[in-house]
Design a binder for this molecule. Structure first.
Ligand SMILES: [Zn+2]
Length: 334
């Protein structure tokens, strides 16, 4: 686990490992302290608090806690924080708030997407996810993005809405240090393990929003780009990663449109899934999460008149066909 890395000015990184992946929470300290993300249930006591005290910081001094989005590794420590730091103010974007506050909502609106595509999580995985989410905890402040938090006389940080991975995904822009904390708002070609090897699909749920958020991040004059599951990126590396994330969206779209152009007629969702996984995988961890971006692309193509859902209501497996001209070609939407 080790001590917090102080390699980024103005931010204490709480870095730890789980299942071979890197997980980071971020602490911004000034007159007031902002903790970005609370990890999974149990991590506040086991990982965050010990790492902070190792650098002489007290968890009790935390004023604000921001959950960047509704995934268990970003909000599961909320109940524990509420208990250990009763005075802290807990915040998240209003679009993700119901999912963070209610497990049932998380299951039906986010995790259930894969099940509706015919590839739900195994029941043990669902059980594990529910435990990692911790007891439901009420948020204090619901954000819209663009709010400014004053951490000190000369230090203001801005909440940045970066939807795509989730509707309420937010980052933090700390202009005074040139640091953009983007958590999971940029996903590259997928999730990677600590050795940097691709091991999971890039779980974006809305193509248009995700593309827009990546382009928005490119406009920031950041010196450091901080993501939850990746090592610290300097400006050059961060810009490359954002461009790479955009390129991957285009590559995914192109492969899905090739599938839809099948001369033999409509294609089953599972066949599209297999083709995409073969082209971009294999994925050792939660391969079913590839459903979300594929579904997002199909919905995007449908909105653009380039795909139609043939079946898929009720119990029928989703079956899609391409429509319009040139279903095989990308149209340079970047
Ligand atoms: Zn994450």
């Amino acid at each position: 686990m080790g001590a917090p890395r102080a390699q980024v000015p103005g931010v204490v990184l709480v870095v730890s490992s789980y299942g071979g992946r890197r997980f980071t929470q971020f602490l911004l300290c000034d007159e007031r302290m902002l903790l970005v993300d609370s990890g999974m249930a149990g991590w506040v006591g086991e990982r965050i608090e010990p790492q902070l005290s190792a650098t002489g910081l007290s968890l009790m001094r935390v004023d604000f806690v921001l959950n960047t989005h509704a995934d268990v590794d970003h909000y599961g420590g909320n109940a524990e924080l509420r208990r250990m730091v009763p005075g802290m103010i807990l915040m998240a974007h209003r679009a993700d708030a119901p999912l963070i506050e209610r497990w049932g909502c998380m299951v039906s609106e986010r995790l259930g997407v894969h099940e509706r595509c015919g590839q739900g999580y195994a029941s043990e995985t669902m059980g594990w996810l529910e435990t990692a989410a911790g007891p439901s905890t009420r948020l204090d402040v619901l954000l819209r993005g663009s709010e400014v938090l004053r951490l000190g006389v000369k230090r203001e940080v801005e909440i940045v809405h970066l939807p795509g991975h989730s509707r309420g995904m937010v980052g933090v822009w700390d202009r005074s240090y040139g640091v953009l904390i983007a958590a999971d708002a940029a996903l590259g070609r997928g999730m990677v393990n600590e050795a940097g090897v691709l091991d999971g699909p890039p779980p974006y749920f809305d193509v248009v929003a995700y593309r827009r958020s990546l382009r928005k991040m490119l406009t920031f004059d950041f010196q450091w780009l901080l993501l939850t599951h990746h090592p610290v990126m300097n400006r050059a590396c961060g810009l490359r990663f954002l461009e790479d994330s955009l390129a991957h969206i285009d590559a995914m779209e192109s492969v899905i449109r090739e599938c839809l152009a099948d001369p033999e007629g409509p294609v089953r969702f599972r066949d599209i899934f297999e083709t995409v996984e073969t082209r971009f995988g294999p994925y050792a961890v939660m391969p079913n999460e590839l459903c979300a971006p594929i579904r997002a692309h199909l919905e995007d193509l449908r909105r653009r008149g380039l795909a139609a859902l043939v079946r898929g209501q009720k119990d029928d497996e989703p079956v899609w066909r391409g429509c319009g001209e040139g279903v095989n070609a990308t149209d340079g939407r970047r």
